[in-house]
Design a protein around this ligand. Structure first.
Ligand SMILES: C[S@@+](CC[C@H](N)C(=O)[O-])C[C@H]1O[C@@H](n2cnc3c(N)ncnc32)[C@H](O)[C@@H]1O
Length: 287
């Protein structure tokens, strides 16, 4: 029996020209590349959305997206569909171990009064909240509650940021959070399934929309830690370098930039030196 007989419409095939047009638009606006391998994902994402708003043709949808205020609103939704939001608490433990070591050395200095961290490409919030949990725990164990800390958390996708701001996660998502931290910093909701991060911790995290392709407009600087993992995977090499150079300029001298292992290759920057820490890709600003 054909798909149509079940009431299921097959995906409309995207032509090579249409694919190139969409590829170009998405890459120039977000940095995300859609190679031939990811073509089926693009095709399914676009055609699912087109079906929802009863547009049948890729060219017509393209025209809709690139024109006027309605197109801009549509773009916000589409970006959310096209971006990979996969994330988890304390993802890639060695990166967090490195941040912990770095923060311990900062907090050992009695004159240290504030710490600033930035999660760039924060998805649904697990990453910036993990950083907050780490700092809270350290301040407590090192008895440095006199130190102020703030976490800036940015992402291109507004719907994703809205979820992050809620700070509500189910049992499965809290898997990577140590039991002690869960008890200390989360409250179980009445539905018994979800947990909410405590308000005082949430208040330390400032969420904002920011496209990494527009970092020159970002009003952030003097960061002690910048965390940017699993965001640049789909960026072309020259764009990755551009983004990480911009991020490097937002560090304090002594601050560290933590990237995903293998995400940036053969890259050097005059302000930075590579941090020698197992199973990580990180750089320290030296001047
Ligand atoms: C796979 S998630 C990674 C989340 C988190 N950093 C982690 O490692 O678990 C990638 C995130 O990058 C965001 N992203 C993709 N392109 C972006 C861009 N140009 N500017 C800012 N964020 C972007 C996506 O919306 C998504 O939330």
């Amino acid at each position: 029996m054909a798909l149509e007989d079940w009431g299921i419409k097959p995906v409309v095939p995207i032509s090579d020209e249409q694919f190139a047009l969409w590829q170009g638009l998405i890459e120039s606006r977000t940095g995300m590349t859609f190679t031939q391998t990811r073509r089926p994902f693009l095709e399914i994402s676009l055609s699912t959305r087109m079906r929802e708003i009863t547009i049948e043709d890729y060219d017509a949808y393209y025209q809709f997206v690139v024109s006027g205020a309605r197109g801009e609103r549509e773009w916000v939704l589409l970006v959310d569909r096209l971006a990979v939001q996969e994330t988890s608490f304390f993802r890639h433990a060695s990166s967090y171990a490195l941040v912990e070591t770095h923060l311990k050395s900062l907090l050992a200095k009695p004159q240290m009064s504030s710490i600033n961290l930035w999660s760039a490409g924060c998805s649904t919030g697990e990453e910036p909240y993990s950083l907050a949990l780490l700092v809270e725990d350290l301040l407590e164990t090192m008895q440095r509650q006199d130190v102020f800390y703030g976490i800036t958390a940015t992402d291109i996708s507004l719907p994703t940021l809205a979820k992050a701001k809620l700070g509500v996660y189910n049992e499965r998502k809290l898997h990577g959070v140590p039991e002690k931290m869960r008890e200390h910093f989360f409250t179980q909701l009445v539905n018994q399934r979800d947990w909410q991060i405590d308000a005082h911790l949430k208040a330390r995290v400032a969420f904002a929309q920011l496209n990494l392709m527009e970092l020159d407009k970002a009003p952030f600087g003097d960061m002690d830690v910048i965390f940017c993992q699993n965001v640049l995977i789909y960026f072309r090499r020259f764009r990755k370098r551009d983004v990480v150079s911009h991020l490097a300029a937002r560090l304090q001298v002594g601050g560290i930039l933590v990237l995903g292992v293998g995400e940036v290759m053969d890259w050097q920057h005059p302000l930075l030196e590579r941090v020698d820490y197992p199973d990580t890709l990180a750089y320290r600003r030296i001047k």
